[in-house]
Design a protein around this ligand. Structure first.
Ligand SMILES: Nc1ncnc2c1ncn2[C@@H]1O[C@H](COP(=O)(O)OP(=O)(O)O)[C@@H](O)[C@H]1O
Ligand SMILES: CC(=O)OP(=O)(O)O
Ligand SMILES: [Mg+2]
Length: 367
């Protein structure tokens, strides 16, 4: 079965066509700094390969769809309902569903929701202190996202280290256009930084990270802003963009501006790496120790400077980078020094393979 997986990130489009269940890659490609997703989808090239199904790393459809489903009216309606919680991401995937229905009529579309991997979080990590009916009637809780990436790392880190999965406590730092960290205790997610929406936790390119909700209410009351106004500002002009003043929030541009002397750009990088550092400490406590810290995603794989700043001062946890390994070298590799008790790794994200596996399971189970 040939499964096309378009990974529609908040800043990029990567795709693979995989022959399942053998996992042979038939075609692949990537576009960066994407703003027009319909046009980028039109640029996907499958060569002469046929496509039997299209599977998405779809983001949010609430409490009833924390798994992998053929996208029918019910799934699409839930994605629409949760557009309020994930305005940037769900809009992209709703556009994609429409585009593929038009381009490939009759080909099944599958949603492998990013929330699936975090179903294992214990209740004390999952629930917020809100009135009981917010939780029981409206599904207000921590869902967590980037599930495909963190699930991939949950298998890849032990494989790379040659250690059994059920012995390893891993902190997976997916840093990219959107960023999240996951505590993976012996293969399962036990906590993650994104919450009810992919708008919380670490700062993202143009979306805020953790923020006191009363600051939002205060600004709305003071300025007479509508929810639409605030949602737009927090989704499109906040995060690294808001801190640095660089509208795209791309770390390549922010790093260059910081090097050229911009204090705002430097502040953005300082805020971001402080959060990563602090979270590594928190998740070490959450798991009662840590064996591996993994950097993945566009920033995690490609920015030695941000990795260095994220690991600074963590020697007391047994985390020590090797400067040369961190600065030089490419691909999947060890970044920590030989004396570092915790292994620090850079591993390339492969969310597409996780989505293809899940979609293949869902399609063959329903056949
Ligand atoms: N060479 C690089 N150095 C530093 N940051 C990079 C580099 N390449 C990409 N990035 C960062 O990674 C982000 C893209 O991350 P990625 O995980 O691919 O995207 P998405 O969030 O769209 O899925 C860019 O916005 C940029 O901030
Ligand atoms: C939450 C999520 O999947 O984010 P992105 O696609 O931007 O990496
Ligand atoms: Mg991504």
């Amino acid at each position: 079965m040939h499964i096309l997986v378009p990974n529609l990130g908040s800043t990029s489009l990567k795709y693979q066509i995989l022959d399942m269940p053998g996992e042979h890659v038939l075609a692949s490609g990537r576009f960066e700094r994407v703003t027009d997703y319909r046009s980028a989808i039109g640029d996907i090239r499958s060569g002469d390969t046929t496509v039997d199904a299209v599977a998405f790393k779809s983001v949010h459809a609430g409490p009833h769809y924390r798994g992998t489903f053929v996208i029918d009216e019910g799934v699409e309606a839930a994605m629409r309902e949760f557009l309020l919680a994930a305005p940037v991401h769900n809009a992209i995937y709703l556009t994609a569903v429409e585009a593929f229905r038009e381009a490939m009529p009759g080909v099944p579309l599958v949603g492998a929701f990013e929330t699936e991997f975090h179903r294992t979080m214990p209740d004390f990590a999952r629930f917020y202190g809100v009135p009981a009916d917010w939780r029981t009637q409206f599904g207000i809780e921590r869902y967590g996202f980037h599930g495909a990436s963190h699930e991939f790392i949950s298998g890849r880190a032990p494989e790379f280290l040659g250690r059994p999965k059920d012995e390893l406590r891993t902190i997976s730092c997916h840093l990219g256009g959107s960023s999240s960290i996951c505590a993976i205790d012996r293969g399962v997610s036990v906590d993650t930084t994104m919450g009810f929406s992919p708008q919380s936790g670490l700062e993202n390119a143009t979306r805020h990270g953790d923020l006191d909700v009363f600051a939002v209410l205060y600004m709305m009351d003071r300025n007479n802003w509508s929810t639409e106004e605030v949602r737009g500002q927090l989704a499109r002009t906040s995060g690294l963009a808001g801190l640095s003043g660089i509208p795209c929030g791309d770390v390549r541009d922010i790093s260059a501006a910081a090097q050229a002397g911009s204090q705002d750009a430097q502040l953005a990088l300082d805020v971001f790496t402080y959060q990563v550092r602090k979270t590594i400490g928190a998740y070490t406590a959450a798991m009662g120790g840590v064996d591996a810290v993994v950097f993945t995603g566009g920033i995690g794989e490609n920015s030695p400077v941000l990795r260095r700043k994220s690991c600074e001062g963590l020697l007391h946890l047994g985390i020590e980078l090797d400067a040369e390994r961190n600065e030089k070298g490419q691909g999947d590799r060890l970044l920590s020094s030989d004396s570092s008790r915790v292994k620090v790794l850079a591993l390339a994200a492969n969310e597409e393979i996780v989505v293809a596996r899940r979609a293949y399971r869902a399609l063959t189970a329903s056949a």
